[in-house]
Ligand binder design. Structure first.
Ligand code: NAD
Ligand code: MG
Length: 396
């Protein structure tokens, strides 16, 4: 592969240079759709993908980035790479560091799924970059360390998760000290009206068919168990420095209101838009500006109703688990996150039933040797331990 092509300063003047980690996933593809529409504002300087190398090559031909990283070494070494003039190919997960710390890179879109996204997000923050954060697992596993690193390195985290992006927007209506509480909306997923008995029998195909959002496999299952909302409670706690008592969940099946912030005077500010991840992605990429972009728009000439109701914790115990872990802090987030990743993979492999996912997480959490102020090494060790324990739980 050839060396990165020199980019004329004039060409990048006024444009943000953006590296997209996990460019072949659902968030990655939506990010590139935003970049395609906003070429006057965004230059894609780097891409990364794990297994879908055909799509990575296609994206490289279109966006002509300086670097691409194929993170799965065995897939990358078997692949017959075509010539990609002007782009340098790097192979292996560690190479993401080079991409995110490159002086040209201004914004890193963290869109790798799971704990696999932790290391590159930390590297980007340490280098003082702006991180458009989709990878919520990073904050769930290591929230205090991530926020502390961002503050020390003068890095900026802009939330891409639609609820957190909404909260970020709503918070601009008042002072931080005037926030009373935050309500995260949840669609309730495909089983929001199912009984516990019906949920025992659901298949992976049913669980993957989300009624309002089109997403990657892991987050689709998380939405069906409502573990996604549990992870988002923990994400919100660290991102906005909230007390767990200030965070509530409200079920809103239409996914139009993406979250709400209540201020001390009782005013509730909501952010609304059709369910389309291109809007929060674009918001993070163009912030503090707002520009016309490709996201779908509200059509108020069509009649519509918006419903809000409290979540049913009896049917969706993941929500209580999320609040519990948000209160516990320490290593609890890393354990919940890793146990959930392992249990979701086992459910997709048809090794456990749907309701076992949250049960496995509860049991593994109970067994863990809690550490209140873990280092990053302790978090990674806890992540490894929780996956192993979940593996034993699945076989038991
Ligand atoms: P996805 O499964 O569609 O894509 C994941 C991406 O990560 C792919 O590009 C894949 O190549 C890469 N990847 C997978 N395993 C990897 C590994 N071990 N090392 C390096 N790269 C790896 O996932 P997604 O739905 O796009 O979600 C990405 C992240 O964004 C998740 O953390 C998810 O919770 C969050 N998120 C997604 C949505 C959504 O609408 N999809 C909404 C909010 C937040
Ligand atoms: Mg979300």
């Amino acid at each position: 592969m050839s060396q990165p092509h020199p980019v004329a300063d004039a060409e990048i003047a006024g444009r943000k240079t953006v590296a997209v980690l996990g460019s072949t996933g659902s968030i990655g593809v939506n990010t590139l759709e935003v970049a395609r529409q906003l070429t006057d504002r965004i230059r894609v300087s780097g891409l990364s993908a794990h297994r879908n190398l055909d799509l990575l090559v296609q994206q490289t031909r279109e966006f002509n980035p300086d670097w691409i990283v194929a993170t799965n070494e065995s897939c990358a070494k078997k692949y017959r790479w075509p010539k990609l003039p002007g782009t340098q190919l790097l192979i292996g997960h560690d190479q993401l560091d080079q991409l995110v710390t490159d002086v040209q890179t201004q914004v890193v879109v963290a869109a790798i799924v799971g704990t696999a996204g932790l290391r590159s997000t930390l590297a980007a923050l340490q280098a003082g970059k702006t991180v458009a954060l989709a990878n919520k697992e990073t904050l769930v596993a290591a929230g205090p360390l991530v926020m502390d690193l961002a503050a020390r390195s003068d890095a900026t985290i802009l939330p891409v998760d639609s609820e957190h992006n909404a909260v970020f927007q709503c918070m601009q209506s008042g002072r931080r000290s005037e926030v009373h509480r935050v309500c995260l909306t949840a669609s309730g997923g495909p089983f929001r009206n199912f009984s516990r008995e019906q949920m025992q029998l659901v298949t992976a195909e049913q669980a993957l068919a989300h009624p309002t959002w089109d997403m990657g496999q892991k987050i689709s299952i998380d939405s069906a168990t409502m573990m996604n909302k549990a992870l988002e409670i923990i994400e919100a706690r660290w991102l906005f420095d909230l007390s767990p008592d200030q965070i509530e969940v409200v079920v809103h099946p239409q996914s139009i209101v993406h979250s709400l912030v209540e201020f001390v005077d009782g005013s509730v500010i909501a952010q609304m838009s059709p369910p389309d991840m291109k809007l929060p992605i674009q918001h993070a990429l163009t912030w503090p500006d707002r520009v016309t972009g490709p996201a779908r728009r509200m059509m108020f000439q069509d009649a519509m109703s918006l419903e809000f109701r409290p979540p049913d914790i009896g049917r969706f115990p993941a929500i209580a688990l999320g609040l519990q872990v948000a209160r516990q802090a320490g290593t609890a987030g890393a354990v919940l996150n890793a146990a959930n990743e392992a249990a979701v993979a086992a459910f997709l492999d048809r090794k456990i039933g749907f309701c076992d996912i949250v049960r496995a997480c509860q049991d593994v959490l109970q067994q863990h040797a809690f550490e209140p102020q873990p280092t990053i090494e302790q978090i990674l060790e806890m992540d490894r331990w929780a996956r192993e324990e979940t593996g034993k739980w699945i076989l038991a």
